[in-house]
Design a protein around this ligand. Sequence first.
Ligand SMILES: Nc1nc(=O)c2c([nH]1)NC[C@@H]1CN(c3ccc(C(=O)N[C@@H](CCC(=O)O)C(=O)O)cc3)CN21
Ligand SMILES: CC(C)C(=O)C(=O)O
Ligand SMILES: [Mg+2]
Length: 291
Amino acid sequence: MSATEKDPGELVAPYGTGAAPQSTSGKKVRVHHLRDMKERGETWPMLTAYDMYTAALFDEVGIPVLLVGDSAANNVFGYDTSLPVTVDELLPLVRAVTRSVKRALVVADLPFGSYQLSPQQALETSVRFMKEGRAHAVKLEGGRKFAPHVEALTSAGVPVMGHIGFTPQSEHNLGGYRVQGRGEAADALLADALALEEAGAFAVVMEMVPAEAAKRITHELKIPTVGIGAGPDCDAQVLVWQDMAGLRRGKTPRFVKKYADLAGVLAGAASAFAEDVRRGEFPASEHSFHD
Ligand SMILES: Nc1nc(=O)c2c([nH]1)NC[C@@H]1CN(c3ccc(C(=O)N[C@@H](CCC(=O)O)C(=O)O)cc3)CN21
Ligand SMILES: CC(C)C(=O)C(=O)O
Ligand SMILES: [Mg+2]
């Protein structure tokens, strides 16, 4: 590439801090690196990403794993739950994210209805995410009942991330957004996690699980656990980026920590622009072309 040609994945100031974390600097993150990090006791962050700017930016600051979540349903497409979103809607987002990263491992979340029917359906959908979306891995929701699906995928060369505990695609079965695996139920959750590991999953998300159960499962598994509302002892932590950055408004789940007020910043910028236009103060001479 020549010096004048712009690398489409390259960021310009003021985005990059240049300081990528030790374990991810330079080379592409692959699933075995995540296992290595677990062995070294290094905790890592994961964020959702649904477009090029966020993907490039999170990649540049050193987030090793990006998830194109089916939560795009809520956070991109405006559905009230994650159930309606389709493979055809998610594919272009996955493609945008994979096009925009240099190092991060990009995981495509399989949406409701696109894998549950059979291991074959899971493989057909995953192949689309990998061929058309260029995803590096896929994620699917469910415990031991999905071990055959995970096995079919891994033996076909598709790295799989599992997802147990509160699984939003099953909200109607689980009776709403509630904590899973309290008390006795922790044993069933551990059995699910072990079955996914045995089937070849490279990691497993645990959503809304008591910290005690998550800690125990994390110790029992060789593969990394990724917590969201699962306490501090998981090997990794994930949040939806619009929650983490304060773009989403209204009540956020208990497990969210808001690290910025993007909604406030954007509202301020949009209002200032509107005010300038109304007052005739934008565009100024320097924003205009002259003879
Ligand atoms: N923006 C966003 N953030 C998410 O974390 C997220 C999505 N969207 N969409 C898909 C799923 C749905 N998830 C959710 C959504 C809401 C709650 C929630 O309202 N939790 C409340 C109630 C818990 C309870 O009743 O026990 C909480 O306070 O945590 C939890 C998980 C997680 N995922
Ligand atoms: C919250 C994460 C784990 C997820 O599944 C999603 O964003 O869709
Ligand atoms: Mg999801």
